[in-house]
Ligand binder design. Structure first.
Ligand SMILES: Nc1ccn([C@@H]2O[C@H](COP(=O)(O)OP(=O)(O)OP(=O)(O)O)[C@@H](O)[C@H]2O)c(=O)n1
Ligand SMILES: C[C@](O)(CO)[C@H](O)COP(=O)(O)O
Length: 242
């Protein structure tokens, strides 16, 4: 239990087309157990004790959202996103009242398996350290870097390598400032932390479960279904606190 006085808003970027999934509809609207991935993700977020509401960032061409249960959910607002994920995240952030919501979390619509315990630990970390952080997982394989466009390997120091996951949690005003500055300086931003780092803000790494996968390629859908089922079984047996 977090026992927090405040509850938080989560910006959920869901305006992508899911090219790498090779499906006819955007991947966030593919279904698992008769619910869209977006519904699974938002339900997972809104069922967390410290999350009050979500802002879902949709494509201007989105023709699916209105048919989901989320369209009538009072804890859900929507805004229109942009060309890249970073543009969509910024649109979501700018729709917030930073005075009312001094902290914000950003979580990919394509990550329905995120665990409540990991969200709790991220929130605890950020409030305790008074700076932002991200859920992350230490890499398990030896990591190589290709050289000058050639597939010639250079081995990296594995002990210092992490997979960045989401949610990522930062102070709302600082995150808007950092992303806006990065875009103005043509800095490539693929997650919120990269913008904060570029702006000189600290971004902590909070160790998280490896089953918080991002559904990206076709084989990920079956894996996500398996993980969600396992989490459901473990939760009902008490083996997993969500
Ligand atoms: N312009 C964009 C691009 C992506 N996203 C969202 O950002 C999250 C992570 O991005 P990614 O996994 O890359 O999704 P897509 O961009 O849809 O996938 P692809 O790169 O295969 O097209 C997804 O929930 C996606 O909907 C977004 O809101 N706006
Ligand atoms: C934000 C993210 O999920 C962290 O790993 C990742 O950077 C998103 O990348 P994508 O190419 O937009 O899926």
């Amino acid at each position: 239990m977090l026992n927090l006085a405040e509850k938080f808003c989560v910006v959920v970027p869901a305006a992508g087309v899911g090219k790498r999934m090779l499906t006819s509809c955007p991947k966030q609207y593919l279904t698992i157990a008769n619910h869209t991935i977006l519904e699974h993700t938002v339900q997972r977020l809104l069922s967390h004790e410290a999350i009050a509401n979500v802002v879902i960032v949709l494509s201007a061409q989105d023709e699916y959202f209105a048919t989901t249960s989320l369209a009538n959910n009072q804890a859900v607002r929507t805004v229109i996103g942009g060309k890249e994920r970073v543009d969509s995240v910024l649109a979501g952030l700018k729709s917030l009242d930073a005075a009312q919501q001094p902290w914000v979390l950003v979580h990919d619509a394509a990550r329905p398996c995120v665990r409540h315990q990991d969200i709790s630990r991220l929130i605890q970390y950020c409030l305790a350290n008074d700076h932002g952080g991200i859920l992350a997982m230490p890499v398990r394989d030896t990591m190589k870097q290709s050289q000058c466009g050639q597939k010639i390997a250079k081995t990296l120091v594995r002990s210092q390598m992490w997979h960045a996951l989401t949610p990522q949690m930062f102070k709302t005003t600082e995150l808007i400032q950092a992303i806006s500055a990065a875009l103005a300086n043509n800095i490539t931003i693929t997650d919120e932390s990269s913008a904060m780092e570029a702006f000189g803000y600290s971004s902590g790494l909070v160790n998280a479960s490896g089953d918080n996968i991002k559904i990206t390629q076709p084989e990920d859908l079956q894996l996500a279904e398996f993980i969600l089922n396992q989490q459901k079984i473990n939760l009902s047996s008490g083996a997993l606190c969500e």
